[in-house]
Design a protein around this ligand. Structure first.
Ligand SMILES: Cc1ncc(COP(=O)(O)O)c(C=O)c1O
Length: 439
């Protein structure tokens, strides 16, 4: 082992003590724990790129509205399961202002993080048709969604979209949809982990096929508006955050407040169900629910038994955030642009030192700079690369756990990296390249 920025004796010992067989195959939380311990013993700070947690202070409109509501006593009162009325109205206005879509407040549901929204949706969608039992993941994707499928005992299939961008997506999707076993399809846009964003053309393909085969599209907008190549920040004015909702009536949107509003701690998100789907009846639901209505079964048959609604004060917090955004008092995109600015510098440093960006294009355009990016190093797979980077004080996760077929790839998250660490990042990448460049 060459002379590395982090003492290799400590790294080896901590890996051994952690019982992790291969660092490159460890989960995000295992890597976090290992790096915490190496940092504590060596006193060296890592460039922490493993966890997708927001690195900004919480939204103040939210905090204030939440404090006010607590002082008024909402903590003592059960909130309505379908959400408090003022918030439902505000979500409906928000999707009109920033997506340019019309959704009745009835279908705008607060959930305990977007995480609960997806759990509820997976549960309900798996029961709308007796004859269809599978969700399709357009990957790479957020590993916890697959974990939710596993704990629910639900079937899913997946493909890596890397080779199916543009028109090629049509045939690929049709090859699944036409078999008749798929009830729904899910993807995130912008995408965690790769930060690819579907083009309007691709969203149109997804929407058209969803209508043709009567499949529900779950569009995960966890990084709402954060494709910084366009300015989606002005309420009621184009351009709008692109969405499949413009191309089909069969949709559910998951809108997280964790990243776009830096509100992860309060665990509140939005589940937005199209009017058509909300009011639709599926006879097979009667096997599990008292009603065949999709919206009714979502609220009173699914969210009710999961958590009986969402924290009362957090709903007021989200209401405070959304009403400020809707009135143009709070530009939520300006607050998070810093992630894109950091990604731009970090990607340059990686490229200058022999690394490559793995998912690098949206059809013909270079991908945006944002919360995540993916990288690789010639001659190594992601597992080997990640295992070596630890000795250089760099931590991230392998794409192997995201449904990606790019086994050479690593996901880097920009949020926790501080700008004053760029010098260290450059030095460590340069040293890594010097040590491995001739490989
Ligand atoms: C793609 C994606 N979906 C959903 C979530 C979860 O969001 P929330 O914090 O609102 O539960 C995340 C969080 O990292 C995410 O990256």
């Amino acid at each position: 082992m060459k002379n590395t920025p982090i003492d290799s004796e400590v790294v080896n010992r901590k890996i051994k003590e952690s019982n992790i067989k291969e660092v490159g195959k460890a989960s995000i939380r295992e890597i976090k724990k290992l790096i915490d311990q190496i940092e504590a013993e060596t006193g060296e700070k890592f460039i922490r790129m493993e966890m997708g947690i927001p690195g900004l202070p919480p939204n103040q409109f939210g905090v204030q509205a939440q404090i006010d509501s607590l002082q008024k006593g909402v903590a003592a009162i059960y909130p309505d399961i379908q959400g408090i009325s003022v918030l439902k109205q505000e979500i409906s206005l928000f999707v009109k202002n920033f997506l340019n879509i019309d959704v009745d407040p009835e279908g705008c549901l607060p959930t305990v993080g977007s995480m609960q929204g997806s759990f509820a949706a997976f549960l309900l969608l798996s029961r709308i048709y007796d004859q269809r039992n599978t969700t399709l993941f357009i990957d790479p994707g957020f590993p916890v969604h697959k974990m939710q499928h596993r704990v629910l005992g639900l079937k899913y299939e997946t493909f890596d979209v890397y080779n199916y961008r543009g028109e090629a997506l049509r045939e690929k999707l049709e090859s699944y949809f036409s078999q008749g076993h798929i009830h729904s399809v899910i993807y995130s846009n912008p995408n965690n982990p790769s930060w690819i964003c579907f083009t309007e053309n691709e969203l149109k393909i997804i929407g058209e096929l969803a209508t043709k085969y009567d499949i529900v599209v779950m569009e995960d907008l966890a990084y709402f508006g954060m494709d910084f190549r366009k300015d989606y920040s002005h309420p009621g004015e184009p351009p709008y955050q692109p969405s499949v909702a413009n191309y089909t009536d069969n949709y559910i949107l998951f809108i997280s407040s964790s990243k776009a509003f830096s509100y992860a701690g309060e665990r509140i998100g939005m589940l937005v169900v199209s009017d058509v789907l909300f009011n639709r009846k599926f006879e097979d639901l009667l096997n599990f629910y008292v009603s065949d209505g999709f919206g009714y079964s979502m609220v009173f048959g699914t969210i009710y038994p999961l958590s009986s609604g969402t924290s009362h004060s957090a709903q007021y917090g989200l209401y405070g955030i959304l009403s400020a955004a809707n009135q143009g008092k709070f530009n939520f995109i300006d607050d998070v642009k810093i992630y894109g600015e950091k990604a731009k510098v970090m990607k340059r440093l990686f490229l200058e030192n022999g690394f490559k960006i793995v998912y690098d294009k949206d059809e013909n355009d270079p991908i945006a700079d944002g919360f995540y990016f993916t990288f690789s190093y010639p001659g190594m797979d992601g597992v080997e690369l990640l295992g070596k980077l630890v000795y250089y004080g760099l931590s991230a996760i392998s794409l192997a756990i995201t449904g990606s077929e790019r086994i050479e790839g690593i996901r880097a998250c920009t949020s926790l990296v501080k700008e004053d660490q760029f010098g260290d990042l450059a030095y460590r990448l340069r040293l890594f390249n010097e040590h491995h460049g001739s490989k």
